[in-house]
Design a protein around this ligand. Structure first.
Ligand SMILES: Cc1cc2nc3c(=O)[nH]c(=O)nc-3n(C[C@H](O)[C@H](O)[C@H](O)COP(=O)(O)OP(=O)(O)OC[C@H]3O[C@@H](n4cnc5c(N)ncnc54)[C@H](O)[C@@H]3O)c2cc1C
Length: 300
């Protein structure tokens, strides 16, 4: 492969070095470190424009992709990434083995902003100190560059849910993101439909978006109910102690498989537990093959 094979002429007369050429240099181990970093840097196609720290382990990140925000459906996700060479906090557990510094570590993140927001994607991210990517995202400052996958994907949307159905959204931690995106769309608020949002966290301060959700409850009146569940501390006045599964075990509000769809997102143990209870109450898991009224997105 020659350099000529690997460059693309641009409309302004410049040439762009293609990924294949950079890879061929890497494979031949010519200038290994410098070209490796160059390769990673060329992959960074987005800028962090806003960072809001909810707690040391929960952050809201607004990311502006260079190519703009593509069309997407509320509930879908994209990949975010940083090179293995990106710094991590010294206080976090050391990595053994350390990842390849030249490779971009990528993970999926649900888009929390509404599809009507066209300037940036908003993400709600849990920092996992031993995690490969989030321990690096933890060090990002506004203005820093990162990778944001150009392809938005995912089936955890309201597309298969009839507009006549009432909705019960169930999130643990950052599993709230797809629901903030859905609730940001006016078409989700079908007249006559009720939306109940259960948000399960360990501590009161982990209730990200609480102010916005309380304001939404005031604005939407009887069509929206926000119920925070706090498992390891006293809940707020509007909330309950324990886990979100309580809502279904104790039937804390009326719902039926004929009138409601349940959407679950976050911790897989919560999703399995709620599925177990609600299946005995007549709900069926939605799949590509068979329509159901229980939908979920497991984060790990
Ligand atoms: C479709 C999809 C959408 C996702 N959207 C989000 C999102 O919007 N926000 C988000 O924070 N994460 C989200 N995740 C999880 C995310 O992709 C990563 O797995 C997570 O950020 C950890 O990456 P890491 O490289 O730091 O950890 P890794 O080194 O990959 O370690 C993974 C471990 O981290 C823990 N973990 C993973 N996700 C979480 C979490 N959210 N909260 C607490 N512990 C976790 C689990 O123990 C898991 O086994 C999503 C996952 C999927 C599959």
């Amino acid at each position: 492969m020659t350099f000529k094979d690997c460059v693309t002429p641009s409309s302004r007369g410049f040439v762009f070095v293609t990924k294949n050429y950079l890879l061929s240099i890497l494979n031949h181990k010519v200038f290994p470190l410098a070209t490796a970093s160059l390769f990673s840097i060329t992959m960074l196609n987005a800028t962090l424009i806003k960072r809001i720290d909810i707690t040391p382990e929960l952050v809201v990140l607004r990311v502006e992709p260079d190519a703009g925000v593509p069309e997407f459906k509320a509930g879908q996700y994209v990949a975010l990434g940083l090179p293995g060479a990106a710094p991590r906090p010294a206080s976090f557990p050391a990595e053994d083995p350390a990842p390849d510094p030249t490779k971009v570590i990528k993970r999926a993140y649900s888009i929390g902003s509404s599809p009507t927001v066209r300037d940036y994607f908003e993400f709600y991210v849990a920092i996992v100190p031993a995690g490969s990517l989030t321990s690096r995202l933890a060090m990002l400052n506004e203005g820093d560059r990162l990778f944001c996958g150009p392809k938005v994907t995912g089936h955890f949307t309201l597309a298969p849910v009839p507009s006549s159905a009432h909705l019960i959204f169930v999130a643990t931690g950052t599993g709230l993101a797809p629901f903030t995106s859905m609730m940001g769309l006016e078409e989700t608020w079908v007249p006559g439909r009720t939306i109940t949002l259960l948000h399960g966290v360990r501590h009161l301060e982990d209730l990200g978006y609480r102010d916005e959700l309380e304001q939404l409850q005031e604005a939407r009146g009887s069509s929206f109910r926000y119920i925070p569940f706090v498992s390891r501390a006293a809940p707020p006045a509007s909330g309950l102690s324990g886990h979100v599964t309580r809502f279904f075990e104790e039937r804390l509000a009326p719902y039926t498989p004929e009138t409601h769809h349940i959407l679950l997102c976050g911790n897989p143990a919560m999703i399995d537990a709620v599925e177990q209870v609600t299946v005995t109450q007549g709900f069926t898991v939605h799949s590509k093959k068979e329509a159901g009224n229980l939908h979920y997105e497991k984060y790990w």
